[in-house]
Write a protein that binds this ligand. Sequence first.
Ligand code: UD1
Ligand code: M6R
Length: 691
Amino acid sequence: MCGIFAYLNFHANKERRYILEVLFNGLRRLEYRGYDSAGIAIDDSLSRHPNQKCPSSSPPLVFRQAGNIESLVNSVNEEVTNIDLNLDEVFYFHAGIAHTRWATHGEPAPRNSHPQSSGPGDDFLVVHNGVITNYEVLKETLVRHGFTFESDTDTEVIPKLAKFVFDKANEEGNASLGEQTVSFCEVVFEVMRHLEGAYALIFKSWHYPNELIACKRGSPLLLGVKELNEDKNKNHVFKDAHFLSKNEHPKEFFLSSDPHALVEHTKKVLVIEDGEVVHLKDGGVSILKFENERGRRNGLSRPASVERALSVLEMEVEQINKGKYDHYMQKEIHEQPESLTTTMRGRLIRGGSRKPKTVLLGGLKDHLKTIRRSRRIVFIGCGTSYNAALASRPILEELSGIPVSMEIASDLWDRQGPIYREDTAVFVSQSGETADTLLALDYARDNGALCVGITNTVGSSIARKTHCGVHINAGAEIGVASTKAYTSQIVVMVMVALAIGSDTISSQTRREAIIDGLLDLPNKVREVLKLDEEMKDLAQLLIDEQSLLVFGRGYNYATALEGALKVKEVSLMHSEGILAGEMKHGPLALVDENLPIAVIATRDACFSKQQSVIQQLHARKGRLIVMCSKGDAASVSSSGSCRAIEVPQVEDCLQPVVNIVPLQLLAYHLTVLRGHNVDQPRNLAKSVTTQ
Ligand code: UD1
Ligand code: M6R
């Protein structure tokens, strides 16, 4: 999905070369989100010293390119040579903006890339994440006022509207050159009043040199603050006054839609809230906000100043590097023993001689009674997150005794399906920013349900909008294909089931067995990761296939869906996860000696049924790959030839965590062998922030 990055240096000498590199690097950090074009805007030469005020400011330089970041870098380098731009030139302060675009309105092309412009002279430039739903009406109005549009984007109305507002205010105010009658903030507030939809925006204008404005509604946006020459030994108290008030200390500001682009510069961040307008000027940060949505729309109320404190980003730079691995997906598959350990850290209480083993989820403990009283638990998510919820449904039903229903977020919203105040709605999302899930969350909140979040991203929209929840703490997941987040999500939901069921004596032995299983799970995952080479061999065998079916049932119906999703999204081979109980109701017709079929038949309550499925597939000469528990390879192959993958056996509700790993490895190797992009599969984005 689109990514925003901006860099403002204040009272800090930076060469143009350095500024460009910071912007490009910011964009590289956003690459994983998925994009098809990119662009940046930097200052021309004239506004580089504080003594040079507005009159000498001049239009910025804008570079936009379809394709990857390196195409943008190459085109900037070419242009730099053509216009003889001095890369060694030093800027005492400077405000640069950058963007990666994932095409929604209009094909990937330079004219559709961001920054989008107010027109000739580039008075206002805007980078945007999200969708402006009323852009057609705004466009018509602006066209009537003489504006000419160059792009097919919804975004272009924003800088043009800013110019319209600015020109109108200055006509009315009789501004003298360099002394604007309207502040940058006022322009942006007026623009925001007219925008409908979801957005995170950064505005740059040469009428307001060395200032940037960021605002958001729906889409995520963070501000990072780095004070240069900072006393490292000083024990910082993050009082807003220290960083946010204007002062002469040299500092750098970074704005990004994603913490990954900030962490290498600073961990001191401000998560910008909906409706806030953040103004970077003269080394200070001011935050203004309309009191309510009606205030925004009718323009009657004036925005008020807001005080906010900086928070500390809980992320390490190592998390966003590939380390010894070739790809992020590979790294993230292999780090699952560690990510699972982190997910469980401090949450499993081993008990004592008299005390039972138990689970402590800080984010849920005050809400457990309400959840236990709910009439129904509804799991809501998309893609892999939905699959993780599906894998956890049986244990939640078993331990809570509450009916659990499943909803794909977009489908719930499309149907406006019934959600009641007696429901607990659980929103599962790695990014915490998925548009469909967020819409369903707003809907469930409006209907009075208790909303619980299961997210990986602290400070994400879902984490903030839910009443309570649990962070999965799996660490940054950069590969578009979700792997370690999936296994951590299942573990968290199993822990949620244990916590909800913890008041039931009759299930105590079962709960303690699961807790033991959880404690040993990282070891079991370490063991199953040893199948790497075997899965590579299997991938080699399947490299030219058109399709792969995956049959599962019970706890491992989700494994079938998730395994197939992994294979199709990265290796671009058709793959379908099928509930084995449905085999005879249609899919059996596909079975022949050519089509590869993976059957998950590890030992649990469905084992004998899966054995019968295997026999029936053998009887039709099916080309089988069977995933079975250690020691079962001979018996599953007894009724016909098949390739067996033996995995360690664990508690039934944890088996999906172990079983998905070989399929993740298979998807990874298939993709590499087929020569596709593992980390950024065709047409996909990591965080799907539009509907
Ligand atoms: C929290 C701290 C953790 C600290 C631990 C010590 C955070 C983010 N976590 O972890 O650093 O080590 O206490 O006791 O500061 N929430 C939602 N929706 C969501 C996810 C979470 O509302 O989707 C809420 C929770 O209800 C809770 C808060 O966010 O109020 C933190 O959740 P979580 O990190 O899971 O809590 P702890 O594990 O207790
Ligand atoms: O961030 P979320 O978990 O809400 O994302 C939901 C899906 O877009 C996501 O799981 C998607 O299916 C994955 N790319 C699959 O690997």
